[in-house]
Design a protein around this ligand. Structure first.
Ligand code: HEC
Length: 245
């Protein structure tokens, strides 16, 4: 602070102390009124608008697509910015590193910006930061709100599906094959091989079903699937990149 500023500040402070009202009870009283009105508002909304009751929970569902509440869409979107690395990096970056760096910045900001200026049009840098951060949060929230639903409800981006192919794709998605295999860019990059062009290997149905029933670890055995599901799955996988592409 420049000496002249300091003097002006001390003078204003002394004046305010003499003529102003003390924090207690005046400011506290105002806070109490606003807090009270807010609580009354929430109670009125709860009675008048009421909370929406959704579908009953079905623990056996396999096609539920988890989505965050709208106020977490920015974090949801942040996860995707760090996706396509290993499994943990997006979680560590989006839920720990980035938010905590922002919070630490907020806490240390008064120690960094020591200027005495209060008028907002004289603080272009601080105001710019507010606009940029708010804009970024709004943009990420918008992207999160409009991002397409997961593969579980969309299906795999494979064309030419006939009845058996569609049924097989459903079995593929419902049994977590995509957590180890990639098909047409969707799914996990490993540990299983990319199956996008698996059809070019020319396996027949018997060979595929035998594999699904007794594969090499770490791929689990699917011997417990109903025979019709195994057949549809074999048709689908054997046709990837040839019949279905
Ligand atoms: C836990 C991970 C995992 C899951 C889940 C999984 N697989 Fe696999 N899968 C693998 C691995 C690893 C291999 C490679 C095994 C080897 O070649 O020894 C493999 C190999 C295959 C192969 C042979 C690929 C080739 O080119 O030889 C096919 C076909 C296959 N998986 C289909 C499926 C289907 C269909 C499902 C779901 C019903 C499934 N996998 C689920 C890990 C998995």
């Amino acid at each position: 602070m420049k000496p002249a500023d300091k003097k002006a500040y001390d003078r204003d402070y002394a004046l305010a102390k003499k003529t102003g009202k003390p924090f207690f009870p005046y400011a506290i009283f105002k806070d109490t009124i606003v807090a009270g009105l807010t609580i009354v508002g929430i109670i009125v909304l709860a009675i008048v608008v009421q909370v929406e009751v959704g579908e009953p929970v079905n623990p056996a569902t396999t096609d539920f697509v988890p989505r965050p509440e709208w106020y977490f869409y920015f974090a949801f979107e942040l996860l995707k910015i760090f996706a396509n690395q290993d499994v943990l990096t997006p979680v560590i970056m989006a839920t720990f590193m980035v938010p905590n760096i922002m919070i630490i910045l907020l806490v240390v900001w008064p120690f960094i910006d020591r200027g005495p200026e209060r008028r907002i049009w004289k603080r272009p840098f601080a105001m710019g930061m507010i606009v940029i951060v708010t804009g970024m949060l709004c943009y990420l929230t918008y992207l999160g709100a409009n991002s397409p639903a997961g593969v579980a409800s969309q299906g795999l981006p494979v064309g030419g599906l006939d009845e058996a192919g569609t049924a097989g794709m459903q079995v593929f998605m419902n049994n977590g094959c995509g957590s180890c295999h990639m098909v047409a860019g969707v799914g996990a990059p490993g540990p299983g091989p990319d199956l996008t062009n698996f059809g070019s290997k020319g396996w027949d149905e018997a060979k595929q079903i035998a594999w699904l029933k007794a594969p090499n670890p770490p791929m689990p055995s699917y011997a417990s699937l109903p025979p019709a599901d195994l057949e549809a799955l074999a048709t689908f996988v054997n046709g990837l990149g040839t019949k279905y592409k």
